[in-house]
Design a protein. Structure first.
Length: 305
């Protein structure tokens, strides 16, 4: 073996690459990497073999410093693996195991290489014994750094997924419904925050323009609580709708919410009704419409023409 530590590690990996690959793959399969069905064995084999190859190249060219440019390809591959597993629903432990499970096969390969050097006898025995701890420590640091990189990418990917899902849920939970010519309804479900208020405003204002609406009913039946901040968000939405020429009515104020608003001293400064039906009745009156009960029409008897 070469006297240079990084060269010794690279030579050990090159000499025992197939053994490392087989042991690494077996460890991942034993840990249940394929049990969930989110990844196939062929894909796992491809990922392991490709990463082991770029890792060997990095060790041969740049030693065991994970920040060296030669490990850029290894980090790029780990980035792809982490992102794909984050999107596929893997847990942090399952994702980190891709790198950390490589430690044992790497250590075993180093030990085999060192034992082979020690079998030469004499000074090689003492040199191999002294190098064992150093090589093991270098490999540990390298894999730990690569494992941390994997986790950073994984967590960032999960945060992006959660943020995107939050935006999608926010858009789905703020539909603007046309109740009548000139009358819109905006049923709100869940808590209002600044980001969601912006989505609500954009959807409502665009629909007001598209439908040339005169009345917008904001129904808060599905809003669990109304505090000072929620009231401010409602007022912003009402003010924006008024600037577009549409009057607003707030419906769905339950007794508990009314008591809370009085206790907090919150004033919505807008027409409010207890139910959406009451608000709709008011809206129809404002646009000069009314719903009347039509005379019942008897269904024709069976057999009549």
């Amino acid at each position: 073996m070469a006297q240079n530590g990084s060269g010794s590690v690279a030579q050990a990996v090159a000499a025992h690459q197939d053994e490392i690959f087989s042991e690494w793959l077996a460890l991942q399969m034993e840990s249940g990497a394929l049990r969930s069905g989110r990844i196939k064995e062929a894909e796992l084999r491809t990922q392991c073999r490709a990463f082991l190859e770029v890792l060997r190249e990095g060790l041969a060219e740049g030693g065991t410093d994970a920040d060296a440019p030669v490990f850029g390809r290894a980090k790029e591959m780990l980035t792809e693996v982490s992102r794909s597993r984050g999107m596929q629903g893997f847990t942090p432990t399952e994702t980190a195991a891709f790198v950390f499970s490589l430690k044992r096969p790497m250590f075993n390969a180093l030990n085999r290489a060192i034992e082979a050097a020690a079998s030469e006898g004499g000074g090689a025995v003492r040199a191999a014994s002294a190098a064992t701890a150093r090589y093991t420590w270098d490999v540990t640091l390298l894999l730990d750094q690569l494992g941390l990189h994997t986790m950073e990418v994984f967590l960032k990917t999960r945060e992006e997924v959660i943020a995107r899902q939050g935006r999608e849920i926010s858009e789905l939970s703020t539909p603007v419904v046309k109740l009548w010519d000139g009358v819109l309804a905006l049923p709100l479900i869940g808590t209002l925050d600044s980001e969601r208020t912006q989505v609500v405003m954009e959807n409502l204002l665009q629909t007001i323009v598209d439908q040339s609406a005169e009345i917008a009913i904001i129904d808060i039946t599905g809003v669990p609580t109304v505090d000072t901040l929620t009231a401010q968000h409602l007022l912003k939405t009402v003010a924006a709708a008024r600037l577009m020429g549409a009057d607003c009515i707030v419906s769905g104020i339950r007794p508990q919410i009314a008591q809370t608003m009085v206790h907090l001293g919150v004033e919505l400064d807008v027409t409010s009704k207890a139910t959406l039906a009451d608000a709709f009745r008011v809206a129809l009156t404002r646009i000069g419409r009314a719903v009347v009960k039509a005379p019942r029409v008897e269904a024709p008897a069976a057999g009549r023409r």
